[in-house]
Design a protein around this ligand. Structure first.
Ligand SMILES: Cc1cc2nc3c(=O)[nH]c(=O)nc-3n(C[C@H](O)[C@H](O)[C@H](O)COP(=O)(O)OP(=O)(O)OC[C@H]3O[C@@H](n4cnc5c(N)ncnc54)[C@H](O)[C@@H]3O)c2cc1C
Length: 403
């Protein structure tokens, strides 16, 4: 019997995606091509999310090959789809491919990848963030439509979005995790009101969103009624990898801001004690980079597992510590801030100055699930420790006391 050596398969697949990437670069040189055209061509060649099925932006190959593709494309100046549509690319795309109908995949994935249609994630509510399964916004069926009412909050890029990934309560009599349903909602519908929420950076990259009798066609459901929690897990696990799983080149990424700041310091301020702090942070950044490489190598086709929480948790603390030290090294200059005038940024998680990056990094241990909640997930699902106290787990949602 002839056996195929897995390393042969990988090499053949690597060769295939490398050839396809080279063909794309030759036919559409990034410097002379509209980014949307380039990204559309990348999608059509199956190089958008290489593990997605053929015809939907992928080739059904191992997800680790995406790194090979991206490195090749970015080295030639190709556009990064994450930049303009971070929530869409990192979280909503993988959710649509896992749970959407063929029509939904056909309709949504390409313009999502090209950035022609921006997406947002409508999970958190004023009373339900970490305990997102306890949410109160409602969806009531009316023939071939669902009528949605309620409020979402902290909705990143809602003001630029065409589509939103929405989870609402459709069965209040079921226990909280079982009564949820997910939909794709048109953010430009007149019944959807979007108000800016300003952050400590002065910017408003997120919003509060109000739904008042918003009608959503039943065909825009993801999965079936009651699947909302499982749909959300796909989104949340991809969110953690998207936020914390980046694999920058050695010494690049957030740590490069600290190294650059260090290099520009006058010699008399490069003290041995400051050097020790910088070196410890550099070592932590390198350990995280290697951990994310290992997680990426272990990842098989399908959803990332709870291990994605490791990178999310570690990168949040590390980013904050790095920017603390950057501001320390800057001394009085660290207090200078351009303007607190409210602006609506074109993308999320960006910062054009070190001082703004310092303030923005404070949110890293909250967004995408707090560090405390990541510790619970890792404790329970990876280490097998006893679970958190959950008094409302077996009670119908409607009977759970709430203020
Ligand atoms: C910059 C930014 C962007 C965001 N973008 C989006 C978005 O696009 N879409 C979206 O839906 N949401 C978004 N969020 C919301 C984010 O997911 C929530 O803020 C987060 O899940 C925490 O929820 P909360 O703010 O309600 O805090 P709470 O859940 O009220 O938590 C308050 C505190 O209690 C702690 N805590 C809560 N439960 C536990 C527990 N079981 N064990 C231990 N400690 C616990 C938390 O760690 C935290 O310190 C964003 C948040 C930020 C900061």
């Amino acid at each position: 019997m002839t056996m195929t050596d897995p390393s042969d398969t990988l090499t053949a697949d690597e060769q295939r995606v490398t050839d396809l990437a080279d063909e794309l670069l030759a036919a559409f040189p990034p410097a002379d091509t509209d980014p949307k055209v380039f990204l559309g061509e990348q999608f059509d060649r199956g190089l958008a999310w290489v593990h997605f099925p053929e015809g939907h932006g992928g080739l059904g190959l191992n997800p680790k090959l995406q790194k090979t593709i991206n490195e090749r494309l970015y080295a030639q100046g190709a556009p990064n789809p994450m930049y303009r549509n971070p929530i869409g690319h990192g979280m909503c795309g993988p959710t649509v491919v896992a749970w959407g109908s063929d029509e939904q995949k056909q309709r949504y994935l390409r313009p999502l990848f090209t950035g022609e249609e921006i997406w947002c994630q409508l999970f958190s509510e004023p009373g339900s963030g970490s305990d997102f399964a306890g949410l109160s916004s409602t969806g009531v069926q009316d023939g071939e439509e669902w009528i949605v009412n309620g409020q979402k909050v902290w909705t990143t890029l809602a003001h630029l979005s065409k589509w939103g990934l929405l989870v609402v309560r459709t069965d209040p009599q079921a226990v909280k995790h079982a009564g949820l349903t997910a939909f794709v909602v048109d953010m430009q519908d007149p019944t959807v009101e979007i108000r800016p929420l300003r952050q400590m950076t002065g910017e408003a990259e997120f919003n509060e969103v109000f739904f008042s009798d918003t009608r959503i066609p039943a065909a825009e459901m993801l999965g079936s009624p009651g699947d909302g929690w499982r749909v959300s897990l796909t989104t949340l696990m991809n969110e953690r990898v998207s936020i914390g799983g980046t694999i920058p080149a050695k010494g690049s990424g957030t740590i490069s801001a600290l190294v650059q700041t260090w290099k520009q310091l006058p010699a008399d301020r490069r003290t041995p004690s400051a050097r020790e702090v910088v070196m410890k942070l550099w070592a932590r950044a390198e350990v995280l980079r290697l951990t994310n490489i290992r997680a990426n190598q272990m990842r098989k086709v399908g959803d990332p597992g709870p291990e994605g929480s490791i990178g999310k948790m570690a990168s949040a603390d590390l980013n904050k510590d790095i920017y603390d030290e950057v501001v320390n090294l800057l001394g009085a200059e660290g207090l200078l801030y351009g303007s607190y005038e409210m602006v609506r940024p074109e993308t999320a998680m960006g910062a054009d100055t070190l001082q703004k990056a310092f303030l923005r990094s404070r949110a890293n241990s909250i967004e995408g699930g707090t560090t405390e909640v990541m510790k619970n997930i890792l404790g329970e699902r990876v280490l097998g420790l006893p679970g958190d106290v959950r008094v409302d787990r077996d009670v119908p949602w409607a009977d759970v006391p709430r203020s």
